[in-house]
Design a protein around this ligand. Structure first.
Ligand SMILES: Cc1cc2nc3c(=O)[nH]c(=O)nc-3n(C[C@H](O)[C@H](O)[C@H](O)COP(=O)(O)OP(=O)(O)OC[C@H]3O[C@@H](n4cnc5c(N)ncnc54)[C@H](O)[C@@H]3O)c2cc1C
Length: 441
């Protein structure tokens, strides 16, 4: 049987009808190569067309054009979180849609789709306010937040997704909706960490937090006392306050690095960290300092694998320490992350382990032994494992929201939430999750 005829993706129909305020780049045009690529150098996508949206009207036009011409739609702001090559897609680039408005009295910021954290940090710092940004100021606010958003203030103030108040979003039917807890609460719940499957966000409004200066940075040690340090870390994290966030890194160049951010008095921060530093041995470099939150760039480890673990058990410590050719980052979760409830993440995981390479069989086995089987959307490169980033209840609820707003699964690029099967007894699902959340709190 002959396959069904495919639309001529780069052909005359879409070329004739795609009218945008922003630039449109076809294969062979100058801008096409500059804007089609994500950050991951292994990917070399060939979208049918790249559309650089100038505003929400362009986003609507792009969604409607892609639907009409049966093109897959992919969204890219900065390319930091793009894990699949969007060949043959209409690639909607939001990088030109940048703006930040700050309301210091309400402690709220509103940003346009393509805004990067750097712009928000610059705009909020003069007011002594901080967004819940992550390790890199170059990452896009919207992609980061839709994926949960784990920053260095998360133990103190929660995941970025939990601070979202309102979103403007173009859904699969081409409607530009304003979404908050009163208007379309189920969709609002899903956008707070449920990923990019529910529409194209044109603007996001979120809470800011009163954090001005922090005691932050990294202290570097030799790696020879790594086992003792990780054994100490296992106990030490149980006693530290939410204002202190830490990660222990084992680097490929034979170092152990303790990264920390304390949103409080620096002397108290030093005292809290001292037992960990003592366990690690002589200091090679002390990079801790008091710094404006906006300037406390903390860097991150490239995540080839990401696992949430219930504890740093002896087997896991031994396996990680015996792995000199891997970069490892062990991060402390908990605090406010665990007390909030929202669509994003597994909240009960005390620790996560990132590796920058494929784990050896011994490390893989140790991670399975200590692991919770769960993941976190922003650090998960594999779209086949998207469901592992959510609790089963939230996954079911997200699939129902998806069925209500995008039953044909139009937004399915990258980490996709498939719509729940049609259900004649459909109950608005986010409200079930929301009422569960209300009961719990
Ligand atoms: C160097 C680096 C540091 C990082 N640090 C952290 C960290 O500290 N904490 C953390 O939680 N994560 C972190 N991440 C992960 C990062 O948050 C995710 O990769 C995120 O998806 C990046 O978003 P982006 O818009 O910059 O990237 P893009 O590749 O442009 O977009 C990523 C995803 O978001 C979707 N998306 C983007 N804009 C929109 C929109 N307007 N509407 C709908 N969907 C949209 C895209 O479709 C795509 O699926 C880091 C990543 C890197 C590379």
């Amino acid at each position: 049987m002959n396959p069904a005829p495919r639309p001529d993706l780069t052909g005359m129909t879409i070329r004739r009808t795609l009218r945008m305020d922003g630039p449109v780049h076809w294969p062979g045009d100058d801008g096409y190569d500059a804007y089609r690529k994500p950050l991951n150098p292994d990917l070399d996508p060939r979208p049918a067309v790249v559309v650089r949206a100038a505003g929400p009207a362009d986003v609507r036009r792009a969604v409607l054009a892609a639907r009409r011409d049966a093109l897959p739609l992919a969204v890219q702001a900065t390319g930091h979180g793009t894990h699949v090559a969007h060949d043959g897609a209409l690639l909607l680039h939001t990088g030109a849609m940048t703006s930040v408005q700050v309301d210091p009295d309400r402690r709220v910021a509103r940003v346009a789709a393509g805004t990067r954290w750097r712009d928000v940090l610059d705009a909020t710092a003069p007011f002594g306010l901080a967004p819940l940004s992550g390790s890199s100021p170059d990452v896009g606010v919207v992609g980061y937040t839709l994926g949960g958003g784990l920053g260095w203030l998360a133990r103190a103030h929660g995941l970025a997704a939990d601070s979202v108040l309102r979103a403007q979003v173009v859904t699969a039917d081409g409607t530009l909706r304003t979404v908050d807890a009163d208007r379309e609460p189920e969709l609002c719940w899903a956008l707070r960490g449920g990923g990019a499957s529910f529409g194209v966000v044109t603007a996001l409004e979120f809470r800011l937090h009163p954090v001005d200066r922090v005691y932050a940075g990294a202290v570097t040690f030799g790696r020879d006392r790594a086992a003792e340090t990780l054994a100490c870390y296992r106990r030490w994290i149980e006693r530290v306050p939410d204002a202190l966030s830490t990660a222990v890194l084992l680097t490929r160049d034979g170092k152990l690095v303790v990264k920390a951010m304390y949103a409080g008095d620096p002397d108290r921060g030093r005292a809290l960290l001292a037992p960990l530093w003592r366990a690690a041995g002589p200091v090679v470099d002390d990079g801790m300092r008091v710094v404006e939150y906006a300037r406390a760039a903390m860097g991150g480890t490239f995540a080839r694998t990401f696992d949430q673990v219930r504890a740093l058990d002896d087997e896991l410590v031994a396996a990680l320490v015996a792995e000199p050719d891997a970069g490892v980052e062990i991060r402390h979760w908990g605090g406010r992350i665990a007390r909030d409830c929202g669509a994003a993440a597994h909240r009960d995981a005390p620790l996560s382990v990132i590796l920058d390479t494929v784990p050896s069989p011994r490390v893989a086995a140790a991670l399975r032994g200590a692991g919770l089987g769960s993941s976190f959307l922003n650090f998960l490169p594999d779209p086949a494992r998207t469901a592992t980033a959510f609790t089963p209840e939230n996954w079911t609820a997200l699939r129902r929201v998806k069925a209500a707003y995008d039953p044909e699964n139009f937004f399915r690029a990258g980490h996709a939430v498939p719509p729940a099967p049609a259900d004649p007894n459909y109950l608005p699902c986010g409200s079930a999750a929301l009422s569960a959340a209300t009961t719990l709190s």
